[in-house]
Design a binder for this molecule. Sequence first.
Ligand code: PTJ
Length: 246
Amino acid sequence: MIPKSHPRYESLLLREKIVKAAENGYLADSAMIAHGRGEAFDYLIGEKTTYPAKRAMYVAVAALLLSNNPVISVNGNATALAIDEIIELANAVNAKIEINLFYRTDERVELLTTLYREHGYKEILGSLDDDIEYLNDIKNNRASASKTGIYAADTILIPLEDGDRAEILKKSGKNIITIDLNPLSRTSKMSDVSIMDNIVRAIPFMTKIAEDLKTQDKKVLIEMVNEFDNEENLKESIEQIKINNK
Ligand code: PTJ
């Protein structure tokens, strides 16, 4: 039990979630390395949501609301840190949720499917009995996608995604949104909208934004998406790291 008075309480709580998920068997072997990298970047931004991240979140939610078939792709780390919040966001923007693992094993897929169902999300895609297709005709796990989910999606939110998979998704013509604390990652650079923030802060904030943007005129949302420049926003995100550490 971590005392609330501990100066690194929030961060240690997230570590505990990751450790527990590893014990439960649904994390990738390298999940802790990925988490540690995220922690380091979060430290550099002062563990706070920056202005460019907020701007990217508004654009991301607008894009999700404008989409015909938006999908949130989930892996072990994202699930361990924010399963209930992901389900809430999916409901708020009317998106599907699909399990899509970089290090895919049937056992992990099965454990994650059960977990989402236990948390009240019955229609989880990417389960073992789902209909799978391959993106860009690449017949490997990296390119596998649910026929009614990612395969048919126009916009996909890919939090904490590996660069190889992000590239395959991008090449298949999808509109890609990522949440990645590393603004220099291939995934961040390749995405249409990159949110440099911790998934535990970003997802609940995006759900709040969705409640606000849902009442807006469609034209306003289109304008928000069209005016956004991801490269410029990433530069500003990197600038925030410098400003925070002066
Ligand atoms: O469950 P699987 O098999 O799909 O595997 C999941 C991981 C995350 C292990 C896999 O996708 C992977 O190896 O990813 P990478 O290449 O390590 O990239 C993950 C990115 O997420 C890195 O750029 C990290 O900085 C970032 N990251 C880690 N924790 C967080 C984060 N971004 C936002 N919030 C976090 N809490």
